[in-house]
Design a protein around this ligand. Structure first.
Ligand code: CP
Length: 334
């Protein structure tokens, strides 16, 4: 693509001049009250899945475009379901079906779709900063949600993770959380660290091979471990990550067998964590590489709850953006 892809550093683009949330691009710099407001609103949507009629008219007449330049199962589908439950009209576009594959720039594609009176874009792209770039070139009434941009951020994933932790653990205070695996390439880990820090967990640990932990990571307020057994001791929440082979340059990990032996979550290693620890994974999971099947399917696993919770959390974020969220008073849904 020929667009200039510099990352706008100003996360204030997310709020309008009245302090209302306009876009959802990164958790970095987002106030605690805003995050808690989104989680609280998601609670009110969680029962929807069990209802006979699973729709509310909050976004009736609005059009959402799911713009995915990278593959996705969970994020794209749960955004679509969430938008439909809010009564929005949804258009799904993937890279192969778009004019960018014929050389059009991402901004021209977005402007073309905006000319069709699109109200909200959900964007996934391999380049860090894409969602910021798009948000900064659209009229003020159009909303943008980052569904994962390069290594930078995956804020809605982190929010559904926070929602799952709060439901399972009752809150954030006093929790020790370990994020394990390919931290270096993970937009999920970055967003999780920002969210966990803002919501006030007791301790955030990152665990992985030195080659997959950024050197500056401790500046984010985390403790880094290359010994998984030491890092897992007494943790309450275990957040596994996928090995992002598609983003790796060179040989950063030993053989898959050795990686699993040192950093795969097995029942044996799980015993080092707190007895009531929960096991999370954003998916897609690689069984036998980062997690044993018996753990992924075991009683401590909340992996499928994360997926289900993603619908309510994405409903909450979309409703909040369209209704406005006050920095101090939380969400004002329409
Ligand atoms: N967790 C996540 O983003 O999964 P998908 O790539 O399937 O959307």
């Amino acid at each position: 693509m020929s667009d200039s892809r510099s990352i706008p550093s100003d996360s204030a683009i997310q709020f309008d001049s009245h302090g209302r949330l306009r876009h959802f691009l990164t958790i970095h710099g987002m106030p605690r009250e805003t995050l808690l407001g989104i989680l609280d609103t998601a609670e009110s949507f969680i029962s929807f899945g069990q209802r006979e009629i699973r729709k509310v008219p909050l976004l009736r007449g609005k059009t959402l475009v799911n713009l995915f330049f990278e593959p996705s199962t969970r994020t794209r589908t749960t955004f679509e379901i969430a938008a439909k439950r809010l009564s929005a009209d949804v258009i799904n576009l993937s890279a192969t079906r778009m004019s960018t594959s014929k050389g059009e720039t991402i901004l021209d594609t977005v402007r073309t779709l905006e000319a069709m009176h699109t109200d909200m874009f959900v964007v996934r792209d391999s380049a860090s900063g894409s969602s910021h770039l798009i948000a900064s070139h659209l009229p003020p009434h159009v909303r943008v949600i980052n569904a994962g941009d390069g290594r930078h951020a995956h804020p809605t994933q982190a929010m559904l993770d926070m929602f799952t932790i709060r439901r399972e653990k009752g809150g954030f205070e006093g929790l020790r959380v370990a994020i394990i695996g390919d931290i270096l390439h993970s937009r999920v880990a970055r967003s999780q660290i920002h969210a966990l820090g803002t919501l006030g967990v007791d301790e955030i640990r990152v665990i992985g091979p030195r080659t997959l932990i950024p050197t500056e990571i401790e500046a984010m307020g985390v403790r880094a471990f290359s010994d998984m057994r030491a890092g897992l001791r007494d943790v309450d929440v275990i957040m596994m990550l996928r090995l992002q082979r598609e983003r790796m340059e060179g040989q950063l990990v030993p053989s898959e067998q050795e990686y699993f032996s040192r950093y795969g979550l097995t029942e044996d290693k799980l015993k080092l964590a707190s007895p009531d620890a929960i096991v999370m994974h954003p998916g897609p999971i690689n069984r036998g590489l980062e997690i044993a099947s018996s753990v992924a399917d075991g009683e401590k696993s909340v992996i499928l709850s994360q997926v289900t919770n993603g619908i309510a959390v994405r409903m909450s974020i979309m409703a909040t953006l369209m209704g406005g969220t006050d920095r101090e008073n939380g969400p004002v849904t329409p």
